[in-house]
Design a protein around this ligand. Structure first.
Ligand code: UDX
Length: 445
């Protein structure tokens, strides 16, 4: 089989590379010449564990190539994936101009039957618009070529995207013809070996599935954050409550970790977009509106704890921040809680010395030289009044607390991810603040 993947962002690059990995001939297309030039040199536009090696392996094997020439790639291809960005417009709805422009481009150059698949997260009804663009482009050429559209949402987690793609919980495909179902079954066959199901459905249901999945996960997180905040007030420990409820199989143990709010490229955008789609169609998503506002408030919770601890006097204080990306194993800073926390610390006259294993370059786009960037976690601590743990990178999990205590001016830790043991830190003389646990602590001498 021969496929084209249009868009070499996160989704497109992982998709194209993983299909090449199982032996399919893939061309990844982008209009950005610089991106393509870099990919030819083995330089990837994103950080994803294992991806660089996989790209280079498949390029060497001749199965994966990169180009700006959509027309050339579309000729004789069986499936074309549209995986370009859908940035949120002012009002929160997904902007489809790039998706539709690619659809038009495909219609202008296809010369055999092809399944055109939306892979980007797109609102319900988008596949119908894609079909219309294709029809119009073909009609303009006077070409009579058969095609199908399909919707194949991705469920990749940043940092674990390759594994998620190669061993998916499920593959969801919206189709409207048997021919498209046959082509998509053939394409995904190598990924179904371990009993992972492919679920075929109508196109609007597939489009909705993606939003419903992400919205449900965001709901679990906001719900737990709400419970965590109440636990603090009532003197309960959310870690115990989490274990207590998670062992009920109907609730499950995943995605019930409280923290400082969800970020990233998907949850915030998709929750907003679904609220918007509903309201445009005369329906109010009451639960999701609450999910969003709980999340906005949660991003400020760690700052509020800092402010309370220091009696509102943050001016001239130095704060060490461990972790900048919205979650570990990625350099993605989109909607990262760190940005909200750091901006608030700076606005109060504090200074920040931050360390992140991979996201510091990315963070500079929004924070620039308004903070300092440490070369390792310990350098960030020197003479700081407190440590804030913002992203739960594995390397922050068990530092030498003796060293941490010596480098900090005061033994104060604000842990936005609950990665330390409150009892242990109390024993070591730290003032330790985490999420959802009323932390009685010894004030340092
Ligand atoms: C998510 C979905 O998981 C994925 O299926 C979809 O395709 C894209 O969106 P991603 O954004 O990469 O993936 O990150 P994920 O690991 O799901 O985490 C999202 C956010 O939720 C992070 O900010 C994380 O810190 C937060 N989170 C997650 C919690 O606060 N608590 C949890 O229990 C789990």
């Amino acid at each position: 089989m021969k496929i084209a993947v249009v868009g070499t962002g996160y989704v497109g690059l992982v998709t194209g590379t993983c299909f090449a990995e199982v032996g399919i001939e893939v061309t990844c297309i982008d209009i950005d010449q610089k991106k393509i030039d870099n990919l030819h040199k083995g330089i990837l536009p994103i950080y994803e564990p294992g991806l660089e090696e996989m790209v280079s392996r498949n390029v060497s094997a001749g199965r994966l190539s990169f180009s700006t020439n959509l027309a050339e790639a579309i000729k004789e291809c069986d499936v074309a994936f549209i995986a370009v960005g859908t940035p949120p417009g002012e009002d929160g709805s997904a902007d489809l101009k790039y998706v539709l422009a690619v659809a038009r481009g495909i219609g202008e150059s296809m010369n055999n039957y092809c399944v055109v698949v939306t892979k980007s997260t797109v609102p319900v009804g988008t596949a119908a618009k894609v079909r219309k663009e294709l029809e119009d482009a073909l009609a303009k050429r006077g070409a009579n070529i058969e095609f199908d559209v399909a919707s194949n949402p991705e469920f990749l987690k940043e940092g674990a995207a390759i594994d998620d793609f190669l061993k998916p919980d499920r593959i969801v495909v919206g189709i409207s013809s048997e021919r498209a179902e046959e082509v998509m079954s053939r394409l995904y066959k190598p990924f179904l070996l371990n009993g992972h199901p492919i679920i075929f459905m109508d196109i609007p249901s597939a489009e909705m599935t993606k939003y419903a999945a992400n919205s449900m996960l965001a709901t679990k997180i906001s719900f737990m954050n709400d419970i965590a905040n109440l636990c603090e007030i009532m003197g309960a420990d959310v870690n115990m409550v989490r274990k207590g409820i998670g062992s009920d199989a109907r609730i499950g143990t995943k995605f019930i970790y409280p923290g400082i709010g969800y970020g990233g490229s998907c949850f915030p955008k998709d929750v907003k977009a679904l609220i918007k789609t509903a309201s445009e169609n005369g329906y109010e998503m009451q639960v999701l509106k609450a999910v969003e506002s709980v999340n906005d408030a949660q991003k400020e919770v760690l700052f509020d704890k800092v402010s309370k601890h220091f009696g509102g006097e943050l001016s001239g204080k130095k704060f060490a921040v461990w972790g900048l990306s919205f979650k570990p194993k990625t350099d993605d800073m989109r909607e990262a809680p760190s940005l909200v926390i750091i901006e608030k610390l700076l606005a109060e006259g504090g200074t920040v010395s931050a360390y992140d294993p991979v996201a510091m370059e990315e963070a500079k786009h929004s924070l620039g030289d308004r903070i300092t960037y440490a070369k390792d976690p310990f350098e960030a601590l020197v003479d700081a009044d407190a440590l804030l743990v913002v992203t739960e990178w594995p390397e922050f999990r068990s530092p030498s607390f003796e060293v941490v205590g010596k480098l900090l001016k005061d033994k104060v830790i604000f842990d936005g991810r609950n990665i330390y043991d409150p009892a242990e830190l109390r024993e070591l003389g730290f003032a330790y603040h985490c999420i959802g646990v009323k932390t009685a602590h010894k004030e340092p001498a």
